[in-house]
Design a protein around this ligand. Structure first.
Ligand code: ADP
Ligand code: ADP
Length: 234
């Protein structure tokens, strides 16, 4: 069974009585263990698609099965539960809490999920170790470099053992060296731990890290292929 199965998803925004179709019928699936890049220019519908894949929003029509469960007719509460159980999020702006240290930031999702203190600590240490930042556990975000902050955010995204890691322009705030390190880390987590990664970017250099690139243009999928296929077309 695919981890993600999107079928004919449309999203219509209504503003001041005017309708705008941001997604015009999008279909694809992602198997467990895949590393997929969703690439397209600004305004193509990437954020809209990301919000739907992340169960932050529901489509206007169409179907989205996440790990076998239809999410399109779920209530807000059900969506929140699915997000907590199934998805780790990584954002362009890191979204770490500034007054908490790295360890406390990583513990947060487990706090919401009601894990006991000792288990929270153990799992947070494990996740920080995985991203090479155990020695920085007591540092606050402003005491860390951008690349380190994003690695803390990756640890936080992994700590609940969510099967899906969704990354929205995760290197967008980083210089190219730190960006490359973050991408290499995501690739290695995918290869060594089998975590399914879906990453949205407008940057073709970043897209070259993906084994499969789905192109989005004007609310439609314009291409979907392995890296080799995409490169041989250029
Ligand atoms: P991308 O992430 O590729 O830049 P978006 O999904 O943000 O694309 O936007 C796709 C199109 O939908 C854009 O034309 C954008 O202006 C429009 N759009 C996005 N969100 C909304 C919204 N909440 N209300 C109205 N229009 C929106
Ligand atoms: P990002 O910078 O993460 O790609 P966007 O700038 O696309 O995010 O959108 C930021 C927020 O504003 C999103 O929640 C999106 O749905 C909303 N939005 C985007 N375009 C429009 C628009 N034309 N009208 C209203 N809301 C929009």
């Amino acid at each position: 069974m695919a981890l993600i199965e999107v079928k004919d998803v449309r999203k219509v925004y209504r503003m001041d009585g005017v309708e705008f179709e941001a997604l015009k019928g999008v279909s694809f699936s992602v198997e467990k263990g895949e590393f997929v890049i969703i690439m397209g220019p600004s305004g193509s519908g990437k954020s809209t698609l990301m919000h739907i894949l992340g169960a932050l929003d529901v489509p206007t029509s169409g179907s989205y099965l996440l790990d076998g469960r239809e999410i399109t007719d779920m209530t807000r509460d059900e969506l929140a539960r699915v997000r907590n159980a199934k998805i780790g999020f990584v954002f362009q702006g890191f979204n770490l809490l500034p007054r908490m240290n790295a360890m406390e930031n990583v513990e947060l999702p487990m706090l919401y999920a009601g894990f006991p203190t000792a288990e929270r600590k153990r799992k947070a240490e494990e996740a920080l170790e995985l991203v090479g930042l155990l020695d920085w556990a007591d540092h606050r975000p402003n005491q860390l470099s951008g690349g380190q902050q994003q690695r803390v955010a990756i640890a936080r995204a992994l700590v609940n053992d969510a099967p899906l890691l969704l990354a929205d322009e995760p290197t967008g705030s980083l210089d190219s060296k730190a960006g490359a390190q973050v991408m290499e880390m995501l690739v290695s987590l995918n290869e060594k731990r089998g975590i399914t990664v879906v990453l949205v970017t407008h940057d073709s250099n970043i897209a070259s890290y993906g084994k499969r690139v789905i192109g989005v243009l004007d609310g439609l999928i314009s291409s979907d292929g392995s890296k080799e296929t995409v490169e041989s077309r250029v």
